[in-house]
Ligand binder design. Structure first.
Ligand code: GTP
Ligand code: MG
Length: 294
């Protein structure tokens, strides 16, 4: 029996819905999402395996491309363009409710240079006016890319035509992942992402950018409980109190919510130990970024 597979990089500006789209395409939550720009900080592979004929689509979620303000931003942008090197095609996500601007045009140019086929995904059609969607398709149409698909990633509407566009771009050959695997992200990274997601959804303004979460250990105890120890890093002492919250309420709520999600994932009781530490200006310091795994 022949099988086919392909790697598809999902790129675009911050907050356009790339991670939401990857989750919708895979059918399982494999990437965290939030209304804060620059939620995604690494490449995350989400895998969709279909049968008759057996074929595998590997979607590579990437950080939003933006003008870098620090070392972290520079590293993230490099990571995105690097992901194009191994991609069979790119999904270029644009927000239907925001006019196409210089940020999108820059990405379009880089995609042209890369030579990979590009499917432009016009997202958030559920909240856009029909005229906005038509306008967006017309303006983006000038780039003359491989295909254009309007979708609502949030409502999981319109994703089927994306798959149809990608199928002819698959290459015959072995599948990269077992058929029941939806991501290759290790539990340790996923647990850290879930903690960060809960903070992103609760914190305002600039603080979300200052947060990083590292899970040091996941250990299954003899009684079956999974013990997870994680450190939440902030950049300044003043931020520590905000992250902990009045009387420790914020930290506790984030812990409870993350624990619930991890218990559903692992199918067993979870003990989550969350600590908060200051790592001064970590977003600018290469040594700190190395240590934190960026
Ligand atoms: N209404 C609506 N909201 C959406 C849709 N897709 C994504 N969103 C929302 O847009 C926000 C950003 O979504 P993400 O998927 O985190 O965006 P992203 O492009 O991955 O963002 P970064 O990782 O920061 O680059 C979240 O609040 C999503 O719920 C959509 O189709 N419709
Ligand atoms: Mg994202």
């Amino acid at each position: 029996m022949t099988t086919a597979s392909g790697f598809f990089a999902v790129v675009g500006r911050p907050n356009v819905g790339k991670s939401t789209l990857v989750n919708a395409l895979v059918g399982v939550k494999v990437a965290i999402t939030s209304s804060r720009p620059q939620t995604t900080r690494n490449t995350i592979r989400g895998v969709l395996t279909l049968s008759d004929p057996q074929r595998q689509y590997v979607f590579v979620d990437t950080p939003g491309l933006h003008k870098p303000k620090n070392s972290l931003g520079e590293r993230l942008n490099k990571l995105v363009y690097g992901s194009l090197g191994e991609a069979d095609a790119a999904l270029f996500v644009v927000d239907a409710t925001k006019k196409i601007g210089p940020g999108d045009r820059l990405i379009a140019d880089r995609l042209k240079e890369s030579g990979v086929p590009v499917v432009v995904v016009v997202n958030k059609t559920d909240i856009a006016k029909p005229d906005q969607v038509i306008d967006q398709l017309r303006v983006a149409g000038e780039w003359d890319f491989h295909a254009y698909v309007p979708v609502s990633a949030l409502k999981e509407k319109g994703t089927e035509p994306i798959i149809d566009e990608l199928t002819p771009l698959l290459t015959d050959g072995p599948m990269f992942f077992p058929a029941d695997m939806v991501t290759d992200q290790p539990d340790q990274l996923w647990a850290a992402e879930l903690v960060r997601e809960k903070f992103l959804r609760r914190l305002r303004e600039e603080l979300p950018h200052s947060l990083a979460v590292v899970v040091e250990e996941i250990e299954t105890r003899p009684n079956g409980v999974v013990a997870v120890s994680a450190t939440v890093y902030v950049e300044r002492k003043s931020q520590k109190g905000i992250v902990i919250g009045k009387g420790g309420v914020l930290l506790r709520d984030v812990g409870t919510e993350t624990r619930g999600e991890l218990e559903r994932l692992f199918g067993t009781r979870v003990f989550l130990d969350l600590r908060v530490k200051v790592e001064a200006d970590w977003q600018r310091r290469d040594s700190a970024l190395d240590r934190m795994g960026f």
